[in-house]
Write a protein that binds this ligand. Structure first.
Ligand code: UTP
Length: 418
């Protein structure tokens, strides 16, 4: 794979790097979670449903990350994440997409961004499982770009496996990778207008949520974001704000204390809109972002790298990696919708094996949500018992309600409803 030497020399010189936008930080305009139960929400849901039924929406999963915190030697998407059946993230997302096809009568093409390292195992995983019934023609893999990591002095590092040491160019590389791999062109030929973008590590994601699609589309937005209320002032998550009049993401590390701890007139957290990394992106906006010739800015991060020293021996050394982030496209959008959703319904990321945002906490959160659906239908799930509802049985509570006669009347042990 070639190295974009011009880009690397600009990055080493400090050009093309991210600089926080100046200007006063203000709270973003946010559609509250309560909107979902309003009369206007029905219109948005119907608009989103029409777009799905007419085949105008594609799903993009970004799965090119290294998953270093999880520390497994496989693509993150194969992690067995559901609480009872132990379905993998990829299997779960595929089933959600299959359920959408059944509901709306049109296939949602799935695009999966991989990295050079995990592309082959990801493809093999899908092939060996018959693409989970999606049909190979509806699943498209595309490989993201790589960038060299450098020493603190800006020199290339030789890798143990030969050549220059490279790292994936971040989830902001999605735009460029979609274009360079012909996916934007393919989407255009399929009549796709909107892209539902999500990360590989959140099993609770409401894939192609018609409400979100409809709100984004009805507002003429180019890129939109789902947010959840931050769990605490110090939760390490980026926050959607307005700065210089534009909606943008303020990273946790760039947040001054007076912003982080700011409160509203009732004494509540002012900047609470935690980024869930779920976006709607208009296809033509993705094209504009990639055709500007001005790629998204890059962020530098210090990182320990095992490379070859001058004598050719493997050595752990200080390195700098460069990555771009998808949310840096937000300020380029003329319009953007920010929609609040309930954390317990849509957010259970798997970043670590145990503790916060882990495989353990995520399984429990998935079970809690499904137990709450069953509880609303009069079926209590005892503490310590896990439940799992297949997306192919019910994608949401409303669908479960229509299947009252097919759910167990009492639950005493771990139960899979499928
Ligand atoms: P994270 O920032 O959580 O990184 O990625 P990660 O690689 O999964 O995990 P750590 O930080 O090494 O432990 C958020 C999402 O963005 C994707 C990941 O696959 C995940 O879905 N991603 C990240 C890419 O697709 N490419 C990248 O270069 C970076």
């Amino acid at each position: 794979m070639g190295v974009d030497l011009d880009l690397v020399s600009r990055l080493v010189r400090g050009d093309s790097l991210y600089t926080p936008p100046g200007g006063e930080v203000e709270p973003a305009d946010i559609i509250p979670a309560s909107f979902a139960s309003s009369a206007e929400a029905k219109e948005a849901v119907s608009r989103g449903s029409d777009l799905l039924a007419s085949g105008r929406v594609a799903a993009v999963i970004v799965a090119g990350g290294q998953g270093s915190r999880l520390g497994i030697d496989a693509p993150k998407g194969v992690v067995e994440v559901t609480p009872v059946r132990g379905k993998s993230l990829f299997c779960l997302f595929a089933e959600k997409i299959l359920a959408l096809r059944r509901r709306f009568g049109h296939a949602v093409p799935l695009f999966i961004m991989t990295s050079r390292e995990n592309d082959a195992p990801t493809r093999t995983y899908f092939q060996e499982r018959g693409f989970f019934g999606l049909g190979s023609q509806n699943v498209h893999f595309f490989v993201q770009g790589m960038l060299p990591s450098v020493t603190p002095e800006g020199r290339f590092i030789l890798s143990e496996t030969g050549g220059v040491f490279m790292n994936p160019d971040g989830h902001g590389g999605t735009f460029r990778a979609l274009r360079d791999n012909g996916c934007l062109g393919l989407m255009a030929s399929l009549g796709i207008e909107e892209i539902f973008y999500f990360q590989v590590d959140n099993p609770l994601v409401k894939v192609c949520d018609p409400l979100f699609i409809g709100l984004h589309s009805a507002n003429g937005a180019q890129m939109s974001t789902k947010v959840v209320r931050k769990a605490s002032y110090d939760e390490r998550v980026g926050v959607i704000v307005k700065q210089g009049g534009r909606t943008c993401l303020l990273e946790y590390s760039d947040m001054a204390d007076e912003v982080r701890y700011a409160t509203d007139h009732r004494g509540h957290m002012l900047y609470w809109a935690g980024n869930m990394a779920v976006h709607m992106i208009r296809r033509d906006f993705a094209e504009t972002v990639t055709s500007r010739g001005t790629e998204l800015p890059f962020h530098r991060a210090a990182k320990k790298i095992v490379g070859l020293d001058a004598a050719g021996n493997p050595t752990r050394m200080d390195g700098i990696k460069f990555e771009s982030f998808i949310f840096d496209a937000l300020p380029l959008a003329r319009r953007s919708v920010t929609l609040e959703v309930a954390r317990e319904e849509e957010f259970a990321p798997v970043k670590n094996m145990t503790g916060t945002d882990s495989l353990v906490s995520s399984r429990q959160l998935q079970s809690n949500l499904h137990a709450s659906w069953l509880g609303r239908m009069g079926v209590d799930v005892p503490a310590g018992v896990l439940v799992e509802i297949s997306p192919l049985f019910a994608l949401d509570f409303e669908e479960l309600q229509h299947k009252q006669d097919r759910i167990p009347r009492s639950i005493q042990e771990d139960t899979y409803v499928g």
